[in-house]
Design a protein around this ligand. Structure first.
Ligand SMILES: C[S@@+](CC[C@H](N)C(=O)[O-])C[C@H]1O[C@@H](n2cnc3c(N)ncnc32)[C@H](O)[C@@H]1O
Length: 233
């Protein structure tokens, strides 16, 4: 089941509806060390103040599952959340304030650019790419149609410490514009990911490729480009 359709439950759930402040507390509690929890609590507080994270989770509970997934990916990819500070991170199809749900086809806060926002608050230097509206975002972003050949050629070779690419292929925008060309585009994206990542860079997540924490060296040496359609997209 795609991650954005998970029912967000933790083992300690009582079945009672969670209050919105419970939601942020639970996300903060994902931190595996005291220092990660402190960093996470601070970052999530900023996301709440700037982007109304709590009330958006209350309105669309699957957003909590997505945030859980993003926090977990970062912790799996980096030894500690403090290691993210200063890292140049590319997020391909990062989400936007106009992105639509594959389930309803309507605009949704689930696919706002939460990974880039979180990375920014953790001290990283995220660069987000998307076709949707990113005009009000504080991180570096580019409006790019990922289905166009050469769309990522403007980015310098080996210019990123880490890369995240998630859930492009199942999105309604992508399917309607580029559905039949999905495999060609997937191969091209994976080629670009290998080109763009610095030696010993970290693959946080890429649909259809090896899991979080994979290093650039492993990605370059792999033959994983015969993607499987990838969970979650
Ligand atoms: C389902 S959202 C995923 C957002 C985020 N990466 C995540 O994992 O939650 C898919 C995103 O892909 C973007 N997208 C779809 N087709 C695109 C294209 N051809 N070029 C660039 N972005 C595209 C949409 O605008 C949307 O923001």
């Amino acid at each position: 089941m795609p991650a954005w359709q998970w029912r967000w439950r933790f083992p300690a759930d009582t079945g009672a509806p969670a209050t919105t402040s419970d939601a942020l507390r639970r996300l903060t509690a994902l931190g595996r060390t005291r220092s990660d929890r402190a960093l996470l609590g601070h970052a999530l507080g900023k996301l709440d103040a700037q982007h109304r994270l709590e009330s958006k989770i209350a309105a669309e509970p699957n957003l909590a599952a997505i945030m859980t997934e993003f926090v977990t990916r970062l912790m799996d990819a980096f030894s500690s959340l403090s290691a993210i500070r200063g890292q140049a991170v590319l997020d391909i199809a990062c989400g936007s304030s106009s992105s639509r749900s594959p389930v309803t086809g309507l605009e949704t806060s689930e696919f706002e650019p939460w990974m880039c926002r979180l990375l920014l608050e953790l001290g990283a230097r995220p660069v987000g790419l998307d076709l949707g509206d990113l005009a009000d975002e504080a991180f570096e972003h580019h409006r790019v149609d990922l289905g166009v050949p050469g769309a990522l050629d403007f980015l310098a070779t080996e210019s990123f410490d880490a890369i995240h690419e998630s859930r492009l292929f199942g999105s309604p925008e992508f399917r309607s514009a580029h559905g039949p060309a999905a495999e060609r585009i997937r191969r091209e994206l994976h080629r670009q990911e290998r080109r763009l990542m610095r030696p010993d860079g970290t693959l946080i997540h890429s649909d259809g490729r090896s899991g979080p924490g994979t290093t650039s060296r492993q990605v370059r040496g792999s033959h994983a480009d015969t993607a499987d359609g990838s969970a979650g997209c």
